[in-house]
Design a protein around this ligand. Structure first.
Ligand code: FES
Length: 82
């Protein structure tokens, strides 16, 4: 996998399933993450709709999220925790 993510040490990943983020593909993104072995929880709208889709990794926001941006953030959180 790109970014060398440690799947045994994942931060909490929350994907916004609010209406705007869903329209911008957040639910598909959650499925993509799942396909890589990264479980996420369904989040509620956090008023970042203008920058949808929103993903939180260890409560750090990733706006206009895509798979690559989320993987970079997860790696960053893991590096900070190391
Ligand atoms: S719908 Fe996702 S932040 Fe509002």
């Amino acid at each position: 996998m790109s970014q060398d993510i440690d799947l045994n040490n994942l931060p909490k990943v929350e994907v916004c399933f609010g209406p705007d983020c869903s329209d911008k593909g957040s639910r598909e993104l959650a499925k993509e993450l799942k396909g890589l072995g990264i479980d996420s929880i369904m989040g509620d709208c956090r008023s970042q709709c203008a920058n949808a889709p929103l993903v939180l990794c260890a409560n750090q926001g990733v706006v206009t999220a895509n798979i690559e941006k989320v993987l970079v953030k997860i790696k960053q959180v893991q590096t900070e925790q190391a």
